[in-house]
Design a protein around this ligand. Sequence first.
Ligand code: ZN
Length: 272
Amino acid sequence: MSTDRYDFRRCKLCGELAAHPRYQLKGSFIHVCEACDFHFINNLDVMPDNDPEYEARTLDVTAWNFIASHLKKNRRQLQGRLALVSHHRSLADAECLDIGAGVGLFSHLLQEAGATPYGIEPQLVFRQFAKEKFGVTLHAETIDSPFWQESFAGHFDLVTLWDTLEHLNFPVETLRDAARVLKPGGMLFLDTPSRDSFYYKISEWSYRLSNGANPLFLNSLYSPKPFRHKQIFTVRQLTELFEKLDLEIIALNRSGLFDSSNKIVLAGKKPA
Ligand SMILES: [Zn+2]
């Protein structure tokens, strides 16, 4: 799908021409679909492949220190995700694809657990960090590319998307493409912010009551900056999407209303 001429009246979840701007944020609008109530902003990333200047931005000391300062917290969280995955399938000898691999930490943990990791990360600085810190080689090709769709169709035991779905230009297409590279019986795991959270609901109320003057957290839940949050699913939208993609739900952890992590954790299994 083209990113430069996307018609944001077209809902990125159900495909209907029924989405209209409802909340005005800093540099973007949240579009709301009248047909399925999906919320997404009118912004898409230009992928690095299409941006000749992009590859010039590389890993410097500032970027290294910034990334390194977040590693400890990310490691704690991803170790929890690893425990969840290994509860459902032994990691020894598992072929695993991590979409939105970031700085390669989850790939590194998978490797330590005896799995064979592959990672996709469009941002060059993150791929460079992964290589230097963990010796992990991440791929720049996105999941829709022939590289994955032709050479790895039906290949993977596990596909993971940690904190990734909300960043994607076209989340439905990415999940469909992710399901295609799963083996029969393979499993897909993800986590993503929840629109059912208290923080989201109170922000909507605040926006409405103040006629847009006070959107509370909406400006931190979404951002038109490159590779930031573009859409936020409800639990129901996401579980229905899994069913549509023929992924049987095997795990669902909807964060509590007041849970500060605000995350949905969801896993689905491709029919054997
Ligand atoms: Zn829709």
